[in-house]
Design a protein around this ligand. Structure first.
Ligand code: 26W
Length: 854
């Protein structure tokens, strides 16, 4: 009977129309007469989701039957952006007949046509969807690209994370200052999630450790009697892959109260308090912590981490147990990837389950744990490394603290054996940091000890972690435990979806009408044949110009309809873009100082009597575009935002410079805005102090969209240079090897500030950009002049300006050369597909094979 009533996917336009109207009239309980864009979005999404869920079920059944090794990607952040357009692109580029049966269209085009016939524009419908912004920046977006690639590669993989009610805050700019407002992204419901009422996993906190046999060693099984109890409810998000019917799962947990009730309180008449306490459970998954590269050490954050690790592991173990295999086979069936140290508690939790609940001997359990986990490090910044106070642990997770002590004890024994009588090494390498006033647990060290592989995210970064923060571990384990997997991005979202025109031009040029290059990016190398072709260059440039117009439109909209960018000259105005989290190490301050320098230099020339035409020869037209959020408590980053906006106010309203410079700060940078901003760039800035940016991934996105880079020799810029050729990137600045020495020189006042920077800082100090409060930006110049210039702005500023001059030269006087560089860059960007990256993880870390649909 089940087979007879098999649920069918819609395959053609008529099928879609049917499904669409069905959902409008039943699921939404509306009619075609009161179906607005929002309802059309919802109905389209549910219809598309229906198809995905059918394939999702088949995928999961296939996996149950074949029982291959699975990958679990544990990430506290998944910065997914919008789902509908991505699903339409991934679901089928294979052309299908339309309703008349003649024209051949892919699913996206088909739905677009259908919606048109129903009275809607696909663009307007897509724009109804709120961004799923459950992440801060690079790490969260990487997780989103990875699950796209894992599915596309047919790898049996699940993502596990938290279903925050509030994603990363929405950024408003008021009087030039960042103001945070809550991002209640679930306001209109969420048509992509499937709530699994039936999957509710109890998670406990606090309490005490019970040892029925008295004072036995802590490595013997013990019983943790938890105090507070909450439930983890599963919410599933189907993850479509490109040109495959494999649909993987992203499972996010929501905290909810148990139905248990504090009868003691109730009986004393304190009914309200008893309910209130229960309600507090939901606060665990209420909100994403908005810090990027800064560990705050808040109790609720640790609760989030344990809640998520405990629920995910419980789920993974339950799935494993259904197969009735012995525990020894667990690592053959399960690979767990730790996305930074945030999920490190999963290591401890698995050990606890194996020892305390499953009664495995300690060593046997530890062997299983170690073979199961692998850890990715995403930062070397000291302030980003998680360290939790022992006292907090002993209250919240008393049994886990014991287990960590035991893990450390066994580990230090081994170190002692290999390096006897080296107490300094022991204290350096210990998982417990003995510092006053309280001891701290070093989560990165725990993650290394608990994993069989540790990787960095770009070659330079992977070398740096071996020689700096983890050097003692290399000494102990040898270098083979440490490896590199250079980051990547999904070309489906970042090329096809964000830049449909460039994607089309490419598929025509390389004669790939079915867009197979989105799976096999080596096909792009064929583009090199057209690099010198003048006609092709012009078509290429036209796509860029159209994308710049779209960005200008967005900026106009955000500016209440007032145009900042001069449309007439848009083609020969250089769009210079830096969009990413605002952080001193990423050096947006150096970028805006560069803008100020340009402004002052132009004003000087004008004062000396030069005409605008003469000035324009030296300083051609340029728009400097910034975007990005600061952590709410990060004072210096917020001040940088204010400076950018203040400079924009002065420069944009100075009629004397006749539009030669414009400065724009785009508020509330997010994935959807990135999809408009990135395709419009001529030049993007990746100018971190050498050795500080682990990889960067927007650099890859900009190159894939035919923009050039100005950058330091840092993170993945190094490999981008290798792949696309050093003639096609504008590198500058000191190398990471020099950083220590330069910082030392600052400390002992042996450095000279370049005159250009002096000029800029003097202008700021004079109050040019804050007349009512000349000291407004004092902390910014102080950090350079008096506090050691930790990010080495003064050391790199001169070469930054010189390189910007070169950029102007090529863009304005050798445009054909410029476009050639862009084409050659795209031709060689294939390496940075996250598909390549996932294949490397699968082979070298996870040891998993794809399971293809029949
Ligand atoms: C505990 C606070 C905290 C929160 C987030 C610490 C660290 C993080 C992230 C690891 C920061 C992050 O997103 N790092 C970025 O990861 C990207 C993906 O690998 C890299 O491309 C970026 O260079 C790196 O900054």
């Amino acid at each position: 009977l089940w087979n007879k009533h098999k649920v069918q996917k819609f395959e053609d336009a008529e099928g879609f129309d049917d499904r669409f109207i069905h959902h409008v009239e039943t699921t939404l309980a509306r009619s075609l007469y009161n179906c607005d864009d929002l309802a059309a979005y919802e109905s389209t999404s549910i219809s598309v989701r229906d198809n995905l869920v059918i394939d999702w079920n088949k995928t999961q059944q296939r996996l149950t039957a074949r029982d291959p090794k699975r990958v679990y990607y544990l990430s506290l952040e998944f910065l997914m952006g919008r789902a509908l357009d991505n699903a339409l692109i991934n679901m089928g580029s294979e052309p299908k007949p339309n309703s008349n049966g003649d024209e051949l269209l892919g699913t996206r085009d088909m739905v677009k046509d259908s919606l048109n016939d129903l009275g809607f524009r696909l663009e307007d419908v897509l724009a109804q969807e709120p961004d799923a912004a459950l992440g801060n920046g690079g790490l969260g977006r990487l997780a989103a690209c990875f699950i796209d690639s894992m599915t596309t590669e047919n790898i049996p993989a699940w993502g596990y994370g938290l279903r925050y009610e509030y994603g990363i805050f929405a950024q408003k700019i008021i009087d030039g200052y960042q103001i945070e407002t809550p991002d209640y992204w679930l306001n209109i419901g969420n048509r992509w999630e499937i709530e699994r009422h039936e999957i509710q996993i109890p998670v406990t906190f606090y309490g005490y450790v019970d040892r029925p046999d008295g004072d036995t060693p802590t490595t013997d099984p013990a019983q943790w009697i938890g105090g507070e109890r909450v439930l983890a409810v599963a919410y599933d998000f189907p993850v479509p892959g490109y040109k495959t019917t494999t649909v993987n799962n992203l499972r996010l947990w929501k905290a909810k109260p148990t139905t248990e009730f504090d009868f003691a309180k109730f009986n004393t008449g304190d009914y309200k308090n008893s309910v209130d306490q229960q309600q507090r459970a939901e606060s665990i998954t209420a909100c994403l912590y908005p810090n990027d590269n800064f560990a705050e050490g808040k109790e609720l954050r640790l609760k989030q981490q344990y809640f998520w690790c405990a629920a995910s592991l419980h789920d993974i173990i339950r799935r494993f147990k259904k197969t009735q295999r012995p525990w020894s086979e667990f690592p053959d069936q399960v690979a767990i990837q730790l996305n930074d140290t945030h999920p490190t508690l999963a290591v401890v939790e698995l050990q606890r389950v194996l020892v305390d609940l499953e009664k495995l001997p300690w060593a046997e359990a530890w062997d299983i744990v170690n073979k199961t986990f692998a850890y990715t490090n995403h930062t070397v910044m000291q302030e980003a490394l998680e360290k939790w106070p022992v006292s907090l642990f002993s209250r919240l997770l008393p049994r886990h603290l014991e287990i960590i002590y035991d893990i450390n004890w066994f580990f230090l024994q081994e170190v002692e054996k290999k390096f006897p009588d080296n107490s300094e090494l022991l204290s350096r390498i210990s998982i417990i940091e003995e510092v006053y006033p309280e001891r701290l647990i070093r989560m990165a060290f725990l993650a290394i000890v608990g994993s069989h592989k540790v990787n960095g995210v770009a070659e330079l970064h992977s070398e740096l972690i071996k020689t700096t923060i983890f050097s003692d571990f290399v000494k102990f384990y040898g270098p083979s435990k440490f490896t590199n997997v250079t980051n990547g991005i999904t070309p489906r979202r970042w090329l096809k979806q964000a830049n449909p025109e460039l994607s089309k031009l490419i598929s025509e040029a390389i004669n790939d009408p079915k867009d197979d290059f989105l799976l096999d990016m080596t096909k792009l190398t064929k583009l090199a044949e057209f690099a010198d072709d003048h006609g092709f260059q012009q078509r290429w440039n036209k796509v860029k110009e159209d994308n710049k117009i779209k960005l200008a439109d967005l900026i106009k909209n955000l500016n209440n309809g007032e145009d900042i960018i001069d449309r007439e000259h848009i083609n020969n105005t250089l769009f210079d873009i830096q969009v990413k989290r605002i952080h001193e190490y990423k050096r947006q301050q150096m970028n805006i100082f560069g803008v100020i320098y340009r402004y002052l230099a132009i004003k000087n020339l004008l004062e000396q009597g030069a005409s605008i035409e003469e000035v324009e020869k030296k300083f051609p037209r340029k728009v400097s575009i910034f975007g990005g959020k600061s952590a709410p408590g990060y004072y210096m980053a917020k001040l940088i935002i204010k400076l950018i906006n203040s400079v924009a106010d002065v420069v944009n309203s100075d009629v004397a410079i006749a539009d030669l410079i414009k400065v724009v700060f785009i508020p509330d940078y997010n994935v959807s805005k990135a999809e408009i901003i990135i395709p419009a760039s001529d030049l993007s800035e990746h100018i971190s102090t050498a050795g500080t940016e682990a990889s960067g991934t927007s650099n890859m996105k900009f190159v894939m969209n035919g923009g050039l880079i100005i950058g330091t020799v840092d993170g993945a810029n190094v490999e981008i240079t290798r792949e696309i050729g050093e003639d096609n990137i504008f590198l500058f600045g000191n190398l990471s090897e020099k950083v220590e020495e330069l910082r030392y020189n600052h400390k002992y006042r042996k450095s000279e500030m370049p005159s250009e920077l002096k000029m800029v800082l003097n202008a700021i100090e004079s109050g040019l950009f804050s007349p009512e409060n000349p000291n407004e930006f004092k902390p910014l110049w102080d950090s350079i002049k008096h506090h050691g210039d930790y990010y080495l702005v003064s050391d790199d500023f001169a070469s930054y300006l010189a390189t910007q001059e070169l950029v102007d030269q090529v863009f304005h006087y050798e445009k054909s050369e410029w476009i050639k560089k862009c084409i050659l860059s795209v031709a060689n960007v294939g390496f940075f597909s996250s598909d390549r990256c996932i294949e490397e993880y699968a082979e070298t870390i996870w040891n998993v094979e794809p399971v293809k649909p029949e």
